[in-house]
Design a binder for this molecule. Sequence first.
Ligand SMILES: [Zn+2]
Ligand SMILES: [Zn+2]
Length: 298
Amino acid sequence: MTRVRRVLAPNPGPFTLEGTNTWVIGDRPSIVIDPGPDDPGHLLSVVDEGEPVGAILLTHRHPDHAPGAARLAEATAAPVYAFRPEGDERPIRHNQVLEVGGASVRAVHTPGHTADHLAFFLEEDRALFTGDAVLGRGTSVVDPPDGDMIAYLHSLNEMRGLGPRTIYPGHGPAVFDAVAKLDQYAAHRLRREEQVIEALAGGKGTAAEMVPGIYGEEVTGPMQPVAARSVLAHLLKLEREGKVARSGAVDHFVLVEQKPCARCGRLAAPRSRYCRQCSMDMLQEGPRRGEETGPAVR
Ligand SMILES: [Zn+2]
Ligand SMILES: [Zn+2]
């Protein structure tokens, strides 16, 4: 087993739980994931734990994860890797494997929380470092437009496909049943989507209107606008899938009524008389007798 240590950054808050987890993997040299905020005391603890450091990896550029990278790189002379590098940082791509001090870490592009989000998979131990894509407690924030619910659900699936055993999240405690956690996260999002559809069916049109009914007592005061962003992320997903449309105002949504296909009776595609399959078939067949619209020439 590769040694994994957590150094907790002193930035607790409603989004960061106890603070940001800076993960130190392996020895001589070690890998550091997410140096956290630019806090000299915290970075000193990271150096103490990780020296010598061989590589610094960023899950994404949010201010609770990335700003410490420059100071840590200066103190350790280790390169910084990011999906969207800045300055002297190096790029790291989806599926790229870094070998450092006997550990192999695979970068996994996991957009959804942010477009540039990476998870890191420590292959020999099936340990997944999830940044803000999966937290040790509670749920991840998906805030459009950088946050994207379709991409997020795809990323949950991608992470599950790795067959991870342990999750080391960006915030909160480590999770020792990784697949169950990923399933729970996906089920939570599907449940939320159902609640959004129910709210639309009940006549609610904007994300803000839907929050009290969906979240109830769970979310109050300053967290309400955050919950509304998450509901909006679901609405934008449903809009792209053709299940909802905007009506009147830009932030007002309605369910798109779905009718049976006029040809086969299955559910028709949104705003169409036919299902997708029949539309395709008819395009390939060309107009059939009786469906011709122009004057018949005999
Ligand atoms: Zn974040
Ligand atoms: Zn975070």
